[in-house]
Design a protein around this ligand. Structure first.
Ligand code: PLP
Length: 457
């Protein structure tokens, strides 16, 4: 038995990988996490683009403690709480009133499930119900969560594969807006958008427009593609296709929203407003498990005039501690003007990444927005040929970053090209990150890449 396997068998935790038992985190402050072996680890991805305020924020900690002293839980079928009301009001106000109600849950996957069910229920609640609407159109590759509904609409080949027989058949997938690989040589953004709109239009026609509940997309594709923003005009064009066929337009902002891309909501930069929006990660910054669904007034009105009851309750919806954490995180972001820091440090991070890696023989593309940046790796920059799947490039980079001599978080994912091959890493530092810390992130990333590429040569 290897030492690692014996450690694994001693742990009662079902770890993500039973062959890899992670070191334990015992503290954290700002952009750093302290590990049990004394390592100070630079959390340059905030976990999975979660810890937007970094670690150990005392205001958030105090708000959670205050809420515990007041009321820690009550069932929403019986009572409401001030803190849930206050959070929902703050979120609605943050959209300039464009969205009018909020449903608070615990995880991103739950938010996506709720969005799918609300979309379906909306069509049943219309004065002239559209009962045939049962389908969803999403994109490949994409990731919308791990529960069966969310996994069904997602297009993450590896995460879906073992469960394919359990997934919904009412889903179809179209191409993502992925300029690096999808845009043809010499094609303008406008022509690329028209081509993708035509593809979506054709898919509506193929499945029968009267059967589609909604089209769902991430404004900036996170884990599945590595921080790929849509080209200008793409999201409004997709919404126009949805409107043409009376379907809803859902934006999944769980990873890219709540300030990560430089505005509180990613759609604010896109001249488009969703019918339903999902949020998570940066909403509570990791201080509590919390996610949400923001609902456009047009849907709220239909529900109000119908049954008035969203047929989707959860024991922990609107949980007071989660709401207190999220409210405090959002107040700190506002009070400390952190979105300005996301924009200015985001620009600096972009400059440094481009300066440092533009000429790297294996960095094919650098893309992102705000403090949400991805680098895609290729074997050959001219042909864009990816590394063999067997190389496990993104996993090697992430693992190397974890070594004490580097101690940096590089969120590596594979399947970038077609869900199977292709590699990228994501950088998503906390909104409080400083210029000096960005210099360290870029420097150490360069050292990690050098070490990995030397090893696989
Ligand atoms: N949607 C997107 C865009 C995500 O990035 C994720 C998680 O990475 C989810 C949904 C699922 O969120 P969770 O892991 O909190 O269930």
């Amino acid at each position: 038995m290897t030492e690692q396997t014996s450690t694994a068998s001693r742990s009662a935790v079902l770890h993500r990988d039973s062959h890899f038992i992670p070191k334990r985190a015992i503290g954290g402050k700002g952009c750093y996490i302290n590990l049990e072996d004394g390592t100070k680890f630079l959390d340059s991805t905030g976990g999975a683009a979660v810890s937007c305020l970094g670690h150990g924020n005392e205001k958030v900690q105090q708000a959670i403690k205050d809420q515990l002293d007041q009321i820690s839980y009550c069932h929403t079928a019986f009572f409401g709480t001030n803190v849930t009301e206050e959070l929902a009001r703050a979120l609605v106000d943050s959209t300039g009133g464009k969205m009018s109600k909020v449903f608070v849950m615990s995880s991103g996957s739950e938010a996506v499930e709720a969005a799918m069910k609300l979309a379906r229920q909306y069509f049943l609640e219309l004065s002239d119900p559209q009962t045939e609407r049962t389908r969803f159109i999403a994109r490949l590759p994409s990731y919308h969560g791990t529960t069966l509904g969310a996994l069904s609409i997602g297009g993450h080949v590896h995460r879906r594969e073992p469960f394919l027989p359990l997934l919904s058949k009412n889903i179809s997938h179209v191409s993502p807006c992925y300029a690096y690989r999808g845009k043809k040589d010499g094609e303008s953004d406008a022509d690329y958008v028209s081509r993708l709109a035509a593809e979506l239009d054709a898919e509506f026609k193929r499945v029968g427009p009267e059967t589609v509940c909604a089209f769902i997309a991430e404004p900036v594709v996170g884990a599945a593609l590595g921080c790929v923003p849509a080209v200008p005009g793409y999201l409004p064009a997709m919404k126009a296709v949805c409107e043409k066929y009376g379907a809803l337009f859902i934006l999944d902002e769980i990873m890219s929203g709540m300030g990560r891309c430089g505005t509180l909501h990613a759609w604010e930069q896109e001249d488009v407003v969703p019918d339903i929006q999902t949020i998570g990660k940066g909403l509570g910054g990791g201080y509590a498990p919390v996610s949400g669904m923001l609902i456009n007034d047009s849907i709220v009105q239909v529900l109000d005039k119908g049954t008035g009851s969203f047929r989707h309750g959860q024991t922990y919806q609107g949980h007071p501690i989660s709401c207190a954490a999220a409210l405090a995180v959002q107040k700190v972001i506002q009070e400390q003007s952190l979105l300005e820091n996301v924009r200015s440090m985001g620009t600096y991070l972009e400059q440094q990444l481009r300066h440092r890696f533009r000429n790297h023989p294996h960095v094919g593309d650098i893309r992102g927005k705000g403090l949400f940046w991805g680098m895609e790796f290729v074997k050959d920059k001219t042909t864009k040929e990816p590394f063999d799947k067997e190389t496990r490039l993104s996993a090697l980079i992430q693992e190397k970053g974890l070594c004490p001599e580097f101690a940096i978080s590089l969120y590596g994912c594979s399947g970038t090209v077609d869900g199977i091959s292709g590699d990228h890493v994501i950088l998503a530092p906390p909104y409080i990150v400083s210029k000096e810390e960005i210099d360290i992130i870029v420097d150490v990333t360069a050292k990690v890449l050098e070490a990995v590429f030397n090893e696989i040569k």
